[in-house]
Design a protein around this ligand. Structure first.
Ligand code: ACO
Length: 326
């Protein structure tokens, strides 16, 4: 049976660090409040010259190097982002040009924080069907450009970064065991960036109304996330006839430490089996899971044969999971 397997990962984080103490100087907040409510201590912010494709390029180069592949070996590029360089061309096409990946088709995928796992879902299907052989899936975000730096309820949450994975076909009994994607557009108003599209394109009024910034009903989102992620994790394990005790690592979207802890508690999973980097990077949306996956691989937290569960939740609403056998 043909499966898709992740053969290499990469990530890139901008150098500039903004700590909670730095944020205390620009909005009415405290390091204690942010740490207690979110688990975040600091986040990375891209420099003025860096857009989403630049971060994606660095993460992709790192993955290609680890895989010992050339850009021409990739036949499809999927970029998950909600903060692409521009409405069009796609960030995936801009990345393709930067890499010189001439053999690849390229497109963007928008599923907010769930985007990378949505990307794995698509790549997995295309590889299993034989339509593509080697796919680069990237999650990249520069959300700092869309953050309202006067809104203390959102500006403390987000950070910039990119993560990448290269998938190829395998006949081994490992790789991507299953992927699961869901959405509920009825809850679209919980997290959105209302301006800049065909409903409210850029105008003096849209700028005055701050429509080009992220709006989030944080508390309501939090409750839906806790309920949904637990159900998602249980379903994914059930479909694969895996008991939570057989899981080696849960790699969750890093949005809020309390959401992650609640999911682990409901699964009966000790926190030692949960990968965390939220403290350093905050919520990097579509980049969150691939950055964490790359750091887990680099820190030898993934061993051959391990069952690894990826899960994410975000705007749309969307939610998604993938069970990997490493
Ligand atoms: N510093 C100090 N006080 C604050 C801050 C802050 N930075 N932000 C909000 N507060 C205040 C509020 O004004 C409120 O005060 P009040 O009680 O006087 O009205 C109080 O703190 C509590 O606010 P809540 O919003 O109820 O706080 P909550 O415990 O829910 O934490 C948070 C807020 C961190 C945003 C949380 O709700 C959360 O993480 N939600 C989920 C986010 C998420 O998962 N998003 C999905 C992905 S994002 C994407 O897709 C792009």
């Amino acid at each position: 049976m043909l499966r898709a397997k992740i053969i290499a990962t990469g990530s890139y984080l901008p150098e500039h660090i903004v700590t909670n103490r730095d944020l205390e100087k620009i909005v009415d907040t405290t390091d204690d409040w942010i740490t207690e409510r979110t688990g975040i201590k600091e986040r990375r912010i891209a420099n003025d010259c860096q857009a989403a494709s630049d971060l994606a390029y660095e993460a992709s180069l790192s993955a290609l190097k680890k895989a010992q592949l050339k850009p021409k070996d990739i036949d499809l590029i999927i970029v998950a982002t909600i903060s692409g360089d521009m409405p069009f061309p796609s960030t995936a096409c801009l990345l393709q040009a930067k890499l010189g990946a001439k053999q690849a088709a390229a497109f963007d995928l928008g599923a907010a924080c769930s985007g990378f796992i949505y990307g794995l879902h698509v790549a997995n299907g295309l590889i299993r069907s034989g339509m593509h052989q080697r796919v680069l899936v990237v999650g990249t975000e520069v959300l700092s450009r869309f953050t309202d730096w006067d809104d203390r309820s959102t500006c403390i949450l987000f950070g910039d970064g990119a993560g990448a994975a290269i998938l190829e076909a395998t006949r081994e009994k490992r790789g991507i065991m299953s992927t699961h994607i869901y959405s509920d557009g009825n809850l679209a108003d919980l997290i959105m960036l209302p301006g800049g599209g065909s409903r409210s394109c850029c105008s003096r009024e849209s700028i005055l109304k701050k429509l080009h910034h992220i709006k989030m009903k944080g508390n309501e989102t939090f409750k839906v996330a806790v309920r949904t992620l637990e159900e998602l994790a249980s379903t994914t394990l059930e479909v694969n006839s895996i008991d939570p005790s057989q899981l080696s690592l849960l790699i969750p979207h890093q949005a809020n430490l309390r959401i992650i802890q609640a999911t682990a508690r409901r699964l009966g999973l000790p926190m030692e089996k949960v990968f965390l980097n939220i403290e350093k990077y905050g919520n990097t949306s579509a980049a969150s899971v691939p950055i964490a996956l790359d750091e887990a691989a680099e820190s030898c937290r993934l061993n051959d044969g391990d069952y690894v569960l990826l899960e994410a939740f975000g705007g749309g609403l969307t939610w998604a999971s993938a069970l990997l056998r490493w």
